[in-house]
Write a protein that binds this ligand. Structure first.
Ligand code: 6PG
Length: 477
């Protein structure tokens, strides 16, 4: 048996499907799993899809690979990933490449990349988006690590990635943790996108008294326009689904407590660290936490009065169009904020991430894939260092077209007592970022009053403090 060109260890669904995708593309794939049963079942179920080289031990697995070895690790993030790396490293030779394709937290990737570099090895933290279907048929792949490793690994990953207009949804992202960072922001945007869709669904349900099946049809029609995307498509699918056991709309029998594995939370923590107002992503993450706040909700539902107006929609079609426009505008804000976060982290870490390239590889394969990402790619082609995606000529026009509707929907929701944290915070961000003057001036004055934290003036350079407890004279700080 010839040496394997690439290996996958960790054959749960994602690892198994990545191995199958590689084999289907003609690569000889070494496969290994801690419990051999998973390796055996992969060969039994899919051994005819290509050339697999199964191994029972890690030693055998490493020995079955050609040099420089390329090993994809697809196990749970955190300690399990460290454990597999610790097992592999002593068996590897200089120049070999370890690829972590799980949802690792990017600081862990930075640490691992430095540790393996010190041993003459390459460590590639790579985002892989698209779920199990994407892993099998073409994900969006976001590899970081050394450029040298990408020269060897890139062609293979581009081969198995999704393609849009013949262009692979895979490119070199940047050094050390850059790949996992971009995947983390992808997931943060995913959270915002999903929350916005959920709020649109809730508005249509409460505003129109529409059934899940009726709302499915609305989303289906939206998916033929600017909102065309994987998440809108699957939303129409999910809302149309009927629960076999009860005959009720499936969504109506699902418990309304959203869970999260952690990538959205990491995104928000990083946004706070960088000082990037990713309000849409944050509200989406907190909305999941609120939905799971069982004791608080149980107490509130019996004690807090709605004191809201009846949600009376007179013109059904006009309201549906308003919600569609508000959803699109809010979505632009969420993506604009996500790309700002990528720019800020790139500058902070010296990653030199090309945002246009990130939008390009997100056009297909990943969970946030959407027609709209073509527009973002074009925006960054017009201006690679665009300070604010919202201020790109296309998006300025597209969002402005929806602002009146956006204001109506957010107002109607507030008056009707329907929670729309992502719609509302996105509109507040839009009005905040475009404001000529913000009330932050008063905050600066307050901070100087109680903490002598100083302030700047609009009319001259310098840093100042007022003697609030004395003669209130102003001093240069
Ligand atoms: C992807 C998905 C994938 C996973 C999410 C789930 O890009 O393929 O985002 O990474 O399904 O991480 O995240 P939550 O459990 O946090 O919603």
């Amino acid at each position: 048996m010839s040496a394997a060109q690439i290996g996958v260890t960790g054959l749960a669904v994602m690892g198994r499907n990545l191995a199958r995708n590689l084999a289907r593309h003609g690569y000889t794939v070494a496969v290994h799993n801690r419990t051999n049963a998973k390796t055996a079942s992969l060969i039994a179920d899919h051994g005819d899809e290509g050339t697999f080289v199964p191994s029972e031990s890690v030693e055998e697995f490493v020995a079955s690979l050609e040099r420089p070895r390329k090993i994809i690790v697809m196990v749970k993030a955190g300690a399990p990933t460290d454990a597999v790396i610790d097992e592999l490293v002593p068996l590897l030779d200089s120049g070999d490449i370890v690829i972590d394709a799980g949802n690792a937290h990017f600081p862990d990737t930075i640490r691992r990349e430095a540790a393996l570099k010190a041993k003459g090895l390459h460590f590639v933290g790579s985002g892989v988006s698209g779920g199990e279907e994407g892993a099998l048929n073409g994900p969006s792949i976001m590899p970081g690590g050394s450029r040298e490793s990408y020269q060897v690994l890139g062609p293979i990953l581009e081969d198995i990635s999704a393609k849009v207009d013949g262009v692979p949804c895979c490119t070199y992202v940047g050094p050390d943790g850059a790949g996992h960072f971009v995947k983390m922001v992808h997931n943060g945007i995913e959270y915002a996108d999903m929350q916005l869709i959920a709020e649109a669904y809730d508005l249509l349900k409460q505003g129109l008294g529409a059934s899940a099946a009726e709302i499915a049809e609305i989303f289906k029609s939206w998916n033929e326009g600017d909102l065309e995307s994987f998440l809108i498509e699957i939303t129409a699918d999910v809302l149309a689904h009927v629960d076999a056991e009860t005959g009720q709309a499936f969504v109506d029998i699902v418990l309304d407590r959203a869970e999260q594995k952690g990538t959205g939370r990491w995104t928000v923590q990083n946004g706070l660290d960088l000082g990037v107002p990713i309000t849409g992503i944050a509200e989406a993450t907190f909305a999941r936490a609120l939905s799971g706040s069982v004791p608080q909700r149980a107490a509130a539902v019996t004690t807090l009065p709605a004191l809201a107006e009846d949600f009376r929609i007179t013109d059904r079609d006009a309201f549906i169009e308003d919600v569609r426009l508000a959803l699109y505008a809010s979505k632009v804000v969420a993506y604009s904020q996500g790309f700002d976060q990528i720019a800020a982290a790139s500058a902070e870490n010296g990653w030199d991430i090309d945002r246009g390239a990130m939008a390009r590889i997100w056009r297909g394969g990943c969970i946030i894939r959407a027609r709209f990402l073509n527009r973002i790619t074009e925006a960054y082609e017009r201006a690679a260092d665009l300070p604010l995606l919202l201020s790109d000529e296309y998006f300025t026009g597209a969002v402005a077209n929806g602002v009146p509707a956006w204001r109506r929907v957010v107002s109607q929701a507030a008056l009707a007592g329907v929670p729309t944290p992502a719609f509302s915070s996105s509109l507040a961000y839009y009005d905040g970022v475009r404001a000529e003057r913000l009330p932050a001036a008063l905050i600066q004055a307050q901070r100087d009053f109680f903490g002598a934290h100083t302030y700047h003036r609009t009319d001259k350079d310098g840093v100042f403090h007022t003697e609030w407890s004395g003669d209130r004279s102003e001093q240069s700080a």
